[in-house]
Write a protein that binds this ligand. Structure first.
Ligand code: THU
Length: 130
């Protein structure tokens, strides 16, 4: 199954009663396994979490720490861009050239990479004071 297809399927389970904007995400770990996530909103709005965060959490819970491909899908007029926080989360576990497909349920596609989504990211080298 393609990663976009996995994201499309899981999107149905998003919990988005406040924004009514369901998002599905899927990441492929280095092993080839696919991990899925959806946005999970909360009546205390800032407590909501993004689909990308859910997919990453599923990957980590399964014992993998490297993602090799990402897909995000929503019912959006143009492919939905991950929020700033999710870009940093993807950068933690992906490489600069890790492919990211942003999709719409109507077939829109934008192919990008983790590095292009977050140029100049904060990484561990910035904490190296030696
Ligand atoms: N959202 C995601 O889950 N991922 C994105 O890439 C963009 C936004 C969610 C957060 C919130 O539940 C809803 O979309 C509207 O912002």
């Amino acid at each position: 199954m393609s990663l976009v297809e996995a994201a499309r399927e899981v999107r149905e389970n998003a919990y988005a009663p406040y924004s009514r904007f369901k998002v599905g995400a899927a990441v492929r770990g280095k092993s080839g396994r696919i991990y899925r996530g959806v946005n999970v909103e909360n009546v205390a709005y800032p407590e909501g979490t993004c689909a990308e965060a859910g997919a990453i959490a599923a990957m980590i819970a399964a014992g993998e720490t490297e993602l090799i491909e990402v897909a995000v899908i929503a019912d959006s007029p143009s492919p939905v861009p991950p929020c700033g926080g999710c870009r940093q989360k993807l950068a933690e576990f992906g490489r600069h050239d890790t492919p990211v497909t942003l999709a719409t349920i109507d077939g829109g596609r934008l192919d990008t990479t983790v590095g292009d989504l977050l140029p100049g990211r904060f990484d561990i080298s910035h904490m190296d004071r030696a």
